[in-house]
Design a protein around this ligand. Structure first.
Ligand code: PLP
Length: 481
């Protein structure tokens, strides 16, 4: 496995994997995506694309043309990517990728933005080395959690003063779920149930069950699509992933949020696989709480601090279960009585990890001036194109004369409105998937493997090229033969 721990797969086929889109067909477009409004214009593409028949050579040519026309292509040069990339010089295999590594695991750990090492060196040598304790005031260390939160806010559709950075996603899930339940139960003691995405990333489910024990609630797993029918007068809070980490399915954030609110309960959305991958509109849709990590599509580095969003109108009622001194209204008064700070700072706990925050803050500068709609358009174009390449290079058993050792089927919905920024391919036989991914990685195509039998390919629009998608599918065709 390419990254060991961040998303250890759980056992069994989750609910959401059944009935998700199948077959490597693409170009299906279904208008505005529920979690991704407004609908972006399609990425610039050669006008005669649809008239062409997909052949290996035509796809290679199309990748070159699309990369040349891609308005986000220059951003790739701001990341460290093993010399890969269309502009990387001699092209050893004619793929247009320069023959380096094709990195399709940015949905687990984003690549390194090139300006981060210099920033970290300056923070260590000057701020820590020379300023020492004065760094808290003179280098802006104390305000870093709120300041960096303001950089993330526009990427998740949040106005000022609602996002704070710190701790891990798991810890923020705990703050948000307990916080949401406390608010709901203060209004109605009969709300004793927490609904949790049945296919959730495991940590969210573990934390929700502990939050339930602490607050006298029970947890009930539900498929996200069933939430509008299942949320009712006994529901306190609903914890859902915006994009399913395994299948890449994008859930209907506006519709589900509205239904939960109508039922009198609060929403907690986990944005780990959508923040930085597609436009998210927290304020516009009235989301109550949201959390997300910053080391995936936001490229903040291994273990970079997560973020917590608390809707402004709820902040005065947010009773954090981890009221550390950093969330006190006057931390340096060293008051034995706790009085919660106003605003986003109420979500803080203890002393912020300044080195990790500095790396994250620097990494976020690559987003300056980037249009989220362009990111979404390129993400959809990349995943569509990858599916077409897979259909050509890894045809199903029949088209292939039945001779292929391993075949694949996409678990990611074909409809744009239900698709995040990754493609999940289920292998047949499933037991072959781990070995297939190892063979891909050995040939310089890095995705990852999730039980049972799923190959995941993440598409990070800031630095993934169409030539990467083409080479990944072509290499997949070679290793499954
Ligand atoms: C990656 C991920 C996490 C990670 O949680 P950490 O506390 O950062 O380890 C949590 N939830 C989801 C949905 C994820 O994809």
């Amino acid at each position: 496995m390419s990254e060991a721990t961040s998303e250890a797969g759980s056992e069994g086929m989750p609910e959401a994997m059944r009935g998700a889109g199948s077959a490597a067909v693409s170009e299906a477009e279904s208008g505005p995506g529920p979690g991704a409004a407004p609908a972006p214009a399609p990425a610039p593409a050669p006008a005669d694309t649809s008239a062409r028949r997909d052949t290996p050579e035509a796809l290679r040519q199309e990748a070159r043309e699309r990369d040349a026309a891609d308005p986000l292509a220059p951003l790739r040069a701001r990341f460290l990517l093993d010399g890969a990339g269309p502009a990387a010089g001699p092209d050893r295999d004619g793929s247009g990728t320069g023959g380096g590594t094709v990195y399709l695991d940015g949905n687990s750990l984003g690549a390194l933005p090139l300006s981060v090492p210099g920033r970290l060196a300056r923070v260590v040598e000057h701020e820590w080395g020379r300023l020492r304790i004065r760094g808290w005031t003179e280098a802006g260390w104390w305000e870093a959690p709120e300041r960096i939160g303001e950089r993330i806010a526009p990427l998740v559709g949040a106005g000022r003063g609602q996002v704070v950075v710190g701790d891990s996603t798991s810890v923020n899930v705990f703050k948000a779920v307990v916080g949401a339940v406390r608010i709901a139960r203060a209004e109605s003691a009969g709300r004793t149930e927490i609904l949790v995405d049945a296919a959730t990333f495991p940590t969210d489910g573990y934390i929700a069950r502990s939050a339930a024990r602490l607050t006298g609630c029970t947890v009930r797993p539900v498929a996200p699509a069933e939430v509008p029918a299942e949320a009712g007068p006994s529901t306190a809070a609903v914890l859902l992933g915006h994009v399913d980490y395994r299948t890449g399915e994008l859930h209907d954030l506006p519709g589900i949020t509205a239904a939960v609110r109508a039922a009198g309960a609060l929403t907690v959305w986990d944005l780990c696989h959508s923040a930085g991958a597609l436009p998210v509109e927290l304020d516009a849709h009235g989301v109550d709480f949201a959390v997300g990590c910053t080391y995936k599509f936001l490229n903040g580095g291994p273990g970079s601090p997560a973020f917590l969003y608390v809707r402004r109108a709820l902040q005065p009622r947010f009773d954090s279960p981890l009221p550390g001194w950093n969330s006190h209204t006057d931390p340096f008064a060293m008051d034995p009585e706790y009085e919660a700070a106003d605003g986003a700072a109420r979500g803080r706990v203890g002393t912020p990890d300044i080195l990790a925050m500095a790396a994250l803050e620097e990494a976020l500068t690559v987003w300056d001036g980037v249009d989220p709609a362009a990111v979404r358009a390129k993400s959809l174009a990349l995943t569509d194109f990858f599916l077409r390449c897979v259909a050509v290079h890894v045809p199903d058993g029949e088209a292939d004369g039945g001779g292929r050792r391993v075949t694949v089927r996409s678990l990611t919905p074909a409809e744009h409105a239900r698709r995040g920024s990754q493609i999940a391919l289920l292998c047949a036989p499933q037991e072959a998937a781990e070995e297939v991914m190892e063979a891909l990685i050995a040939r310089g195509v890095v995705g990852d493997f999730r039980r049972p039998g799923v190959l995941r390919f993440g598409f990070t629009p800031l630095y993934t090229a169409f030539a990467d998608a083409e080479r990944a599918a072509r290499t997949l065709g070679e290793v499954t033969r």
